[in-house]
Design a protein around this ligand. Structure first.
Ligand SMILES: *Cc1c(COP(=O)(O)O)cnc(C)c1O
Length: 466
């Protein structure tokens, strides 16, 4: 029997959490999550919560899958660990590399394994610079990324990312990384034609390449859909144009598929949906549905051939690269995705159903720019959406809304004033209905709350006039 208060006290005394202001957390105490099943989690007070974030974008097949437990148990007893450093290998890693290459398509031949998305992006930086050095162009070192991108939290990951709050601590970005603006239509140019804006946003890449110097650029990196930045879905014109620009200047394209990969947008990789052919793809999260830590890079033939034929020894690797238990769980996870047709269902059934629900949600007075793709979705809480007026930052409307979600048994994440979801890929249509009812309930509670605080008066006045 867990005594919530006791655990909270020890938590606050000894456990330093990621991305957390500990002073304010210890005042209220952390919520203790004790069990989970399907799309639900439970806290130590017995509250059942709909996890519309799949943990952190990762529990794609849902909680409590016996197949994954069995795969881990079996592999643990056969071979819990061995490395791949010294001309050795293990069967689950080999089989998983083969499987991932198959899912990725003809452009790809190899997989490099790590234990996380951050580490995989470190690998990317080293790999693309080693690639260009091997080809006799060592001055090609600069990597172009985007504002508000998330590529992890190591020095390299956070530097590649475009989160100003992260850059402000610890001396980032590291040298050789520059950023362009994100393709955020609703936030940057809502009155412009969406497709025209997509081309314009891709054009910022070309401008940056010319500014830095065409012979200095190693690669461009981007998430097919920016996740932690607030589910920023690019116009459909964006990625083909990015690909065209990368091809024109011969620079490598890296797609960070940590969220989009393994079915989130209805394809095995997000780039397959958006019409890009990256040379390297970062993956993590959904590859094991979060049951064990695993990440890696899918390597295109263009890069693999150079590294293998001419690159010599690549002086890089992790103790847990190709961890047999993590790889065995990933294989079992992919098996579930295939057996239950989850990727296909996201594309043709649950994804379109969620999109329809988000179109309806757009009628709510607080909701601006509601959109979804596959099973990820977002909208902005707007004070006056007719006139495109956002709330004052001090209001912290996202956190107010998130508070109402917590209280109503729904995990929906706030990114500034954007409210985002990414439910498990096994979510059924009936569960989408249940989730949407919770979202509307939380939005109504937020509206009520804001009205009581006198923050919606301007809007109410306008609506009465109209
Ligand atoms: C979560 C995430 C990462 C970082 O992965 P970790 O496993 O937390 O290191 C990198 N890129 C993207 C797009 C992510 O969403």
């Amino acid at each position: 029997m867990i005594i919530t208060k006791d655990i909270q006290a020890i938590d606050s005394a000894h456990y330093m959490h990621p991305f957390t202001d500990h002073k304010s957390l210890s005042e209220k105490g952390a919520r203790i999550i004790t069990k989970a099943d399907g799309v639900y989690i439970w806290d130590s007070e017995g509250n059942k919560i709909f996890d519309a974030m799949s943990g952190l974008w990762c529990v794609n097949v849902g909680y409590g899958r016996q197949e994954l437990i069995d795969a881990a148990t079996k592999q643990m007893s056969e071979l819990p660990y061995y490395n791949s450093f010294f001309q050795t290998t293990n069967v689950p890693a080999v089989k998983l590399a083969e499987k991932i290459v198959k899912l990725a398509g003809d452009n790809y031949s190899h997989v490099f394994f790590s234990s996380s998305g951050s580490e995989s992006n470190d690998t990317n930086i080293r790999m693309v610079r080693h690639y260009w050095a091997t080809l006799g162009q060592p001055e090609r070192t600069v990597i172009i990324s985007r504002n508000n991108a998330y590529h992890g939290s190591t020095m390299a990951g956070a530097s590649l990312g475009g989160m100003t709050g992260m850059h402000a601590q610890g001396g980032m970005p590291i040298p050789g990384i520059v950023h362009i603006e994100q393709p955020y239509h609703y936030g940057l140019a809502p009155t412009e034609n969406r497709d025209a804006f997509g081309l314009c946003a891709a054009g910022w890449l070309e401008a940056k390449i010319l500014e830095v110097g065409t012979d200095k650029i190693a690669a461009f990196i981007g998430e097919p859909v920016q996740g932690a930045g607030g589910v920023i879905i690019p116009p459909k014109t964006y990625w083909p144009e990015i690909q065209r620009i990368c091809d024109k200047y011969g620079i490598l394209l890296i797609c960070d598929e940590v969220i989009c990969g393994f079915g989130r947008v209805g394809k095995w990789f997000g780039s397959q949906l958006f019409g890009a052919k990256p040379d390297l793809m970062t993956f993590a999260k959904g590859v094991t549905s979060g049951y064990l830590p695993l990440g890696g890079v899918v390597i295109g033939k263009r890069v693999a051939e150079v590294l293998i034929e001419k690159g010599g020894e690549f002086n890089h690797g992790y103790t847990y690269s190709g961890h047999p238990v993590a790889c065995a769980v990933a294989l079992a996870n992919i098996d579930i995705l295939e057996r239950e047709d989850l990727v296909e269902r996201v594309l043709n059934e649950t994804g379109p159903y969620l999109a329809q629900k988000y179109t309806e949600l757009a009628h709510h007075p607080l909701v601006g720019g509601a959109e979804s793709i596959g099973l990820m979705a977002g909208f902005v809480l707007m004070q006056d959406k007719q006139n495109h007026i956002a709330f004052d930052e001090e209001v912290g409307v996202g956190m107010i809304c998130r508070g109402h979600c917590f209280a109503s048994g729904l995990i929906m994440r706030a990114v500034g004033d954007r409210m985002i979801i990414a439910p498990p890929l096994c979510t059924t249509k009936a569960q989408v209905d249940e989730m949407m009812a919770l979202i509307v309930k939380c939005l109504d509670a937020t509206l009520n709350d804001l009205t009581q605080r006198g923050l919606m008066e301007a809007l109410t006045l306008k609506m009465n006039v109209a």
